[in-house]
Design a protein around this ligand. Structure first.
Ligand SMILES: N[C@@H](CCC(=O)N[C@@H](CS)C(=O)NCC(=O)O)C(=O)O
Length: 251
């Protein structure tokens, strides 16, 4: 993917979508997929993982990605506000269920995957634990991710058990699903989110997900510390890509 720098992008009109470059970061991939689903063109803007991203902070007050900026409206960073923007600007089938109970479950599930203290947050703690063993304190201080994402060696076991119980719940939801979707009977934003977030559990193969080897090894680490998981959670991801989403990933 060709990225603009913050300086090149910030005064453009339309949608500017800041994405972590060179990695299939699930938050960025899911945001991109929401706008692709709704056929909203965007200017991809580069965020560099693990760096201070000073120009981005000066522009949006955020250091990480994704950040969606529509014209000169306030930057949007959370999953629900990015989803709502994509629904507002775009066309095509809504990813938000009409039924009230189903919609509430969808919002909750996305938060369980992508929110603070959600599944991916805890997988990242497991990754940071591995990186911590390869970096001295100065190395850790140089990477803002350690502090921002709450890395503390003492809480890693708790992260592992929270991620395990999320996966158990997800598998149980899928066993009860009549059409193979996470909520309701049709494709929703929860399915889209899990399709990308499942890469932190089981990265898709190189031909559709061309990650550098070292990064792939990092993404494979969480599963090594988690309980064996029910394959239904990965089968769901593969089905969503077959039916609804674009491959290969491009980042
Ligand atoms: N803003 C998102 C979270 C975004 C997030 O965690 N981004 C990570 C994805 S791994 C990121 O940018 N990592 C690279 C970095 O922190 O430099 C939310 O609130 O839901």
């Amino acid at each position: 993917m060709d990225y603009l720098s913050v300086e090149e992008a910030r005064d453009l009109s339309g949608l500017k979508l800041v994405l972590t470059g060179g990695v299939p970061g699930p938050w960025s991939e899911a945001a991109k997929a929401l706008f692709n689903h709704h056929q909203v063109p965007f200017h991809p803007v580069l965020q560099v993982g693990g760096q201070s991203n000073d120009a981005l902070v000066a522009w949006t007050s955020h250091r990480n990605a994704p950040v969606a900026v529509w014209n000169d409206e306030a930057p949007r960073v959370r999953s629900m506000e990015i989803l709502e923007l994509a629904e507002r600007l775009g066309s095509g089938q809504s990813l938000i269920p009409e039924d009230r109970e189903t919609r509430i479950r969808m919002v909750g599930l996305i938060n369980e995957m992508a929110g603070e203290q959600g599944f991916a947050w805890h997988c990242r703690v497991i990754l940071l634990d591995a990186w911590a063993s390869q970096n001295d304190q100065a190395g850790q201080d140089a990477n803002p991710m350690f502090k921002e994402y709450g890395y503390d060696a003492k809480t890693v076991e708790q992260s592992i058990s929270t991620a395990d119980s999320f996966l158990e719940g997800l598998a149980s939801d899928l066993h009860q699903s009549s059409e193979g979707y996470l909520v309701g009977e049709q494709f929703s934003a929860a399915d889209l989110y899990w399709a990308y977030f499942s890469n932190l559990l089981n990265p898709m193969p190189h031909d559709v997900n061309p990650m550098p080897d070292r990064l792939r090894q990092s993404y494979e680490l969480p599963a090594k510390r988690l309980q064996p998981y029910d394959p239904i959670v990965v089968e769901h991801r593969d089905r969503m890509f077959k039916r609804h989403l674009i491959l290969p990933l491009s980042f």
